[in-house]
Design a binder for this molecule. Structure first.
Ligand SMILES: *Cc1c(COP(=O)(O)O)cnc(C)c1O
Length: 492
């Protein structure tokens, strides 16, 4: 029986010519529309032969045709609407979801460094700097006074040295690259001493022992999971030792009966045996978060001051800049890394350099960094400010929207995310939404369907909007507009 239906599915070309679908050609290249049609038709075929009657496919079909049958399990085969009109809704859905590419999004999840949402949002100053070099040519590697070839890393290096007291610095594509380059340069074929409590995994593919193996360094584990003493390191030093490595336990905490060796002690040991000491700091905090009521996060400058020879950190975690990694430390070691051919494979482009320089400059103004760098601004946002934003959303919903949605404001917790400050719950205020005729999952899906997509979190079967991570007032307005649309147009 479904064979008859299958035969009735129009061809890709027919659909491309149909007025319902040819309209998409104004905003999408023809091959993309054709591919979206193919994917939509594949879904339809699967649906017709009965495989698509569960989960995502059904939900998508219903979402795009405005229906609401979340919990229905239709019998096979479905009386599927095969008109170009109906298919065009599916194609529009595909174009919006599978072919949209990277785009602006609203983060109402309350996770400040959300890797899925691009980690740190850039400061206006950084965005303007990127805009400035985006089109046309720029002075990436040239000296204006002589017209001769220069180094792309020079300004970043100068800024990092000023801010941290390091002798030298180098920028690469992320902190993983920074660690890789440092290990490859300082410890290839040699032993690296690491505490057993610091063999971390950072988000799936970055596992310290694997990175070590890949760089050709030989891992020498010392101490135990909970306790490592200076003597453990001392006893492990041999003539094959190339590096003593400390790794910040970025995304987990060991509490209780614990002991670690601080940078000062490691630096003293390193000096005594003439072996460099490296600290993989991860987050790259340049200001002390304790001032803002958060736990102490080791800063780059104190690690340098305590005598680390090399410090590596991300520029898109607590630092609040673009994706990138910085290696700061003694000239002797950074100089070797500059000459390592691997650097060429890890080097940053002009957009990254522009954003990094502009972000670092903001730190020169001391406390201004906190008011200008979005990540820091979000961390220090007062509950009053967040509460005002919540009220702005709730109070501006129209009567019809309030008819379809119950909204309230309540206490909750934000998270740092990005493998920083694990377990630290930052008090926040949430807008809690309950749609009268829509499950929380469906409402969250509609919000993600918005332009720009709005990402929320679900707690106790309610959609929660954490207004701490909403970037600015314009985004608050976008949330209101989206809720109005979902309630009054699509869901009346
Ligand atoms: C985050 C982190 C990394 C990886 O940094 P990316 O910038 O994500 O590549 C490496 N080491 C530590 C300790 C980290 O916290």
């Amino acid at each position: 029986m479904h064979q008859d239906f299958l035969r009735k599915i129009p061809s890709v070309n027919e659909l491309l010519e149909s007025p319902e679908i040819s309209g998409f050609l104004g905003s999408h290249p023809r091959p993309i529309v054709a591919e979206a049609i193919r994917v939509a038709l594949d879904d339809l075929r699967r649906l017709l032969v009965g495989e698509g009657n569960k989960g995502r496919q059904t939900e998508r079909l219903d979402a795009s045709t405005g229906g609401n049958s979340k919990d229905e399990k239709p019998a096979t085969p479905l009386p599927v609407d095969l008109t170009p009109q109906a298919i065009s809704l599916l194609v529009r859905d595909k174009l919006q979801h599978s072919f949209s590419g990277i785009e602006h999004a609203v983060n109402a999840t309350g996770i400040i460094l959300h890797t899925g949402l691009g980690r740190a949002p850039l400061a206006t100053e950084a965005a303007q700097r990127v805009q400035n070099v985006l089109q046309g040519f720029c002075t990436l590697e040239i000296e204006k006074d002589t017209g001769k070839r220069g180094m792309r890393y020079d300004t970043v290096e100068r800024l990092v040295c000023m801010l941290t007291g390091a002798e030298a610095a180098l920028a690469v594509n992320n902190n993983a690259a920074a660690v890789m380059l440092a290990l490859d340069t300082l410890a290839k074929g040699r032993e690296v001493i690491v505490s057993r409590s610091q063999l971390v995994e950072i988000g799936g593919s970055f596992r310290m022992p694997d990175v070590m193996a890949k760089s050709g360094a030989i891992l020498v584990e010392v101490g135990t999971t909970n306790k490592t003493y200076p003597d453990d390191y001392r006893r492990a030093v041999t003539e094959r030792t190339g590096l003593i490595l400390k790794v910040h336990q970025s995304n987990f905490k060991i509490v209780g009966f614990t002991d670690t060796v601080d940078v000062k002690e490691l630096a003293a040991l390193g000096q005594a045996v003439n072996i460099p000491v490296m600290y993989d700091l991860g987050s790259g905090a340049l200001i002390d978060l304790q001032r803002y009521g958060l736990p102490h996060e080791p800063t780059v400058q104190e690690s340098i001051r305590d005598g680390a020879d090399v410090v590596t950190f991300s520029t898109d975690k607590l630092l609040g800049g673009p994706q990138g990694g910085i290696i700061a430390g003694k000239k002797k070691w950074i100089g070797l890394m500059e000459k390592n051919p691997l650097l060429r494979a890890l080097r940053v482009g002009k957009l990254t350099i522009a954003a990094m320089e502009a972000t670092l400059r903001l730190y020169l103004d001391g406390d201004h960094a906190v008011s200008k760098i979005p990540v820091l601004k979000m961390i220090v946002s007062s509950l009053e400010t967040i509460d005002e934003r919540c009220k702005r959303v709730v109070s501006r919903l129209s009567a019809p929207a309030r008819d379809c949605l119950n909204s309230s404001i309540t206490d909750g917790f934000s998270e740092m995310g990005g493998g920083s400050l694990p377990g630290e719950r930052i008090p926040t205020r949430l807008v809690v939404l309950h749609a009268k005729k829509m499950p929380a999952l469906a409402l969250a899906a509609r919000l993600r369907d918005n332009t720009p997509p709005i990402f929320t979190r679900i707690e106790q079967d309610r959609v929660c909007l954490d207004m701490r991570t909403v970037y600015n007032d314009a985004e608050v307005d976008m949330i209101v507009t989206a809720l109005e649309r979902i309630c009054t147009i699509e869901y009346s």
